[in-house]
Design a protein around this ligand. Sequence first.
Ligand code: FAD
Length: 378
Amino acid sequence: MGVINIIGGGPIGLHCAALLAEEGFETSVFEEHPNIGRPVQCAGLVSSTGIEELGIALGNSVVNEVKGARIFSPGGQSLEIKKKKTVAYVIDRVLFDQMFYKKAKRLGCDIRLESKLIDVRNNSLFMQTKGRGEFIKSQITIGADGAHSIVRHSVFPKLFEKQFVQAFQVRATGKFDKDFVELHFGEFAPGFFAWVVPESNNVARIGLGVRPGENAGDSMKEFLKKKKPNIRILSKSSALIPIAPPAKELVSGNVLLIGDAGAQTKATTGGGLVFGLKAAKACSETVSNHLKHKKPLTDYVKNLQKVNKELAMHWKLYSYIQGMKPEQFDSLIAKAKNAGVEEFLSEYGDMDKPSLFMKKMLFKPKMWGLLPAVLKSM
Ligand SMILES: Cc1cc2nc3c(=O)[nH]c(=O)nc-3n(C[C@H](O)[C@H](O)[C@H](O)COP(=O)(O)OP(=O)(O)OC[C@H]3O[C@@H](n4cnc5c(N)ncnc54)[C@H](O)[C@@H]3O)c2cc1C
């Protein structure tokens, strides 16, 4: 067993494992499924700026490159934001996850498939591997076991309780615009929104999220009937997306949380890959400094400051948008269009970093009419 034991062989856990192995630590990863990357429960959209910052080569996991987004308000107002270059990649999540798996393996990580964590108690992990139970002593445990994290439930039983959206997604054939992602707000997606992420002009991932207690499957049927009646569904999936403000505490004793287990997703869109991978770096640095220089593991939250600053901004924007009545949202979109927000965001927008364009708004007199709305959201 490794000195460091990571629960969950998703991209975030595997990236963290590789970073720790590069630092020379014995690292084990436990994944409950027999195959890395399956089942797929993701639209697979990642910002080009985020991937560049992370220094990750996406290789053959890229399925499509997107240039912009079309946003539709409940009453049908719309905004189109378009850049000349690629703003986001649509990735194949199986190939993407396997890329992290191969790297971690190459670096010597011990990766166990069909190995499920049942419980965490102090420094012991109770695992079930291929049907057989075993206790493992763990010096450091990292919970990268996704939205339903057992690690989180074991050490922070109340953290992020009911702070999620229930998502439903289909992969479908139809007529799409491969250059644009679509975001649809309306009563069909209470508490969140619906998305269309194109793989090509003929295939797209269409999904939506709803607040807890609503039925995502029924909402999806309503959305497709209203907005995408002429598609043919190839496959369906449903999963949770954690939607919460950044947590103040993600460390308890020798246990740390990363990725969806730590709700490191953008509350505005549910995207968790770029921020989770950044958090994996902060986590690996924290653990490395702890083991090499006796620095406290509680430094993790300090090391997450940059990530958490943007996540907090996403949370504020999300809370503001969800607090609006449909007609208020319509009027905000209409006002934004008149103020030239499409051109402004086409130039300065960054899907991961709202703080960048908010600062820029101060220097654009045409945008000042929107400042009261922006300030209210803060
Ligand atoms: C419908 C949908 C669409 C999305 N679209 C996007 C998008 O377009 N862009 C984006 O950036 N993000 C998107 N997300 C979010 C994104 O999928 C997650 O943020 C990302 O997968 C988080 O990675 P992770 O490694 O933390 O968790 P996961 O990918 O969930 O991996 C966790 C791993 O832990 C394993 N595991 C769980 N419990 C145990 C256990 N007890 N023992 C052992 N192993 C365990 C699981 O099998 C899994 O392999 C979407 C999510 C959903 C649901």
